[in-house]
Design a protein around this ligand. Structure first.
Ligand code: PMP
Length: 437
């Protein structure tokens, strides 16, 4: 089972202990477990802890921070929105149509967009729309892929029991409804025969099939050639709604999402994270025929409701973030820095003779402490946690902040400079020596 690694600067800071006394585990999101210091300041590529230690940030809030931390252009747009027309209880919200138009212009699967506040909401709405449209119940997803915490998809990505014989569709945690969990069909990522078999058996009962397109849930694991095309074909031939969960890849791998890179267009797309550079905004985009099922208060149609859905502050952040992406070519910067980093890490791995590999896409990467790149969840989870623990501790001590989880994906933001990356590569050399020692 994958536990967060323990690292230096070690010990529990007083600020962390204060939180732990009143918040379970000290944090309100499981992804934040693993380091008992508190970040108190952020700017550009950097964050600072309560004792003033500076780190170059490669967590970037697990995805949202794409332009840079505390981007002044985005913050100014948010303040202006808050001071002009804040949340109202009626009608479209300020900036809503504008942002939906922007997304429809760049995302192939988007004829219409509905906004919510988190990726978990977005994938739940995708399930509801797919069930309303097809009248079917079952959901297919891939082993290890995380699609948020709603019961319909919180299955088959637990890191607790990954023996060769363990079932694929175990619930991710307690409290989930067993009947809902039982309707989830889980297939190993990149297993074309398993995918065909699942469609043969359940094809006529499936409402939707979920894919990340490019998996970030256990690092960076692309689909093997033809796999996404096969999924698209099977969905079409069985009348199943294909959902691409672009919560991590949307507005980061490319402005229009991974679907513009892989060339496979889903029926629905869940997005969130990078769309608003850190403000809580997410949504569901899709083809007209499906988005039409989000609409009526009737027994058979789905609906979308939420007091904070499309809040004007989040929309202002989203509009400004996308406006910047439309006018400045931030993706060339993100990709160039990502390439530079991956190449430098690969050289450092070879030099250290470490049993490790590096994979990634655009601004994201993952270092696996195993000799070969993984192609699925079980393989990724064979990454050596002890070596990773030493690697991570060394990076942290050198001022490089990365996930405490060995298979956690990491990413840089557009404020990260070439010099930051060069320095990071030197830190990686030191960390790899520590890992293999
Ligand atoms: N889908 C994917 C692919 C994700 O990575 C995440 C979050 N890590 C989610 C859905 C859930 O998003 P949120 O945390 O905003 O609910």
């Amino acid at each position: 089972s994958e536990q967060p690694v323990k690292t230096e600067p070690s010990g529990q800071s007083a600020s962390w202990r204060r939180a732990e006394a009143v918040v379970p585990r000290g944090v309100s999101s499981g992804h934040r477990v693993g380091w008992q210091q508190v970040i108190v300041r952020t700017r550009g590529a950097y964050v600072w802890d309560q004792e003033g230690r500076q780190y170059v940030d490669y967590l970037n809030a697990w995805g949202p921070i794409v332009l840079g931390h505390s981007d002044p252009r985005v913050n100014e747009a948010v303040l202006t929105a808050a001071n002009t027309c804040d949340l109202t209880g009626v009608g479209p919200q300020a900036g809503e149509a504008e942002l939906a138009e922007r997304i429809c212009a760049v995302m192939p699967s988007a004829d219409k967009v509905a906004f919510c506040t988190s990726g978990t909401d977005a994938t739940m709405h995708a399930v509801h729309v797919a069930r309303a449209a097809t009248g079917r119940l079952k959901i297919l997803k891939f082993h290890g892929s995380y699609h948020g915490w709603n019961d319909h998809v919180a299955v088959g990505s637990s890191r607790k029991d990954l023996s060769e014989t363990s079932a694929l569709n175990t619930p991710n945690g307690g409290g989930l409804h067993p009947a809902v969990v039982a309707d989830v069909v889980v297939v190993e990522w990149n297993d074309a025969a398993g995918l065909r078999a699942a469609f043969d058996e359940y094809g006529e009962q499936l409402a939707a099939a979920f894919t990340e397109g490019y998996v970030h849930s256990f690092g960076c694991v692309p689909a093997v050639p033809g796999f996404l095309e096969l999924l698209r074909e099977l969905c079409t031939s069985h009348g199943v709604v294909m959902v691409m969960d672009e919560v991590k890849t949307g507005f980061r791998a490319a402005i229009g999402g991974y679907q513009t890179i892989c060339g496979v267009t889903p029926d629905l797309t869940a997005f969130g994270k990078a769309v608003a550079n850190g403000y809580s905004l997410a949504g569901l985009a899709g083809i007209d025929a499906l988005m039409g099922h989000l609409g009526a208060y009737s027994k058979t149609e789905a609906t979308i409701d939420g007091t904070y859905n499309a809040s004007p502050y989040a929309l202002a952040a989203g509009n400004k973030t996308l406006q910047i992406m439309e006018s400045d070519d931030i993706f060339s910067t993100l990709h160039a820095r990502g390439e530079q980093l991956r190449a430098g890490i690969a050289d450092a791995i070879a030099e250290a003779g470490a049993p490790a590999t590096v994979a990634g896409l655009g601004s994201e990467w993952c270092v696996y402490f195993r000799p070969e790149l993984p192609t699925n969840f079980r393989e990724a989870m064979q990454s050596d946690a002890e070596m990773y623990g030493r690697y991570h501790a060394s990076l942290l001590a050198q001022g490089v902040l990365e996930p405490a989880f060995p298979t956690g994906d990491r990413r840089l933001n557009a404020a990260t400079t070439e010099a930051d990356v060069t320095t990071t590569i030197e830190c990686v050399r030191v960390a790899l020596r520590a890992a293999v020692s």
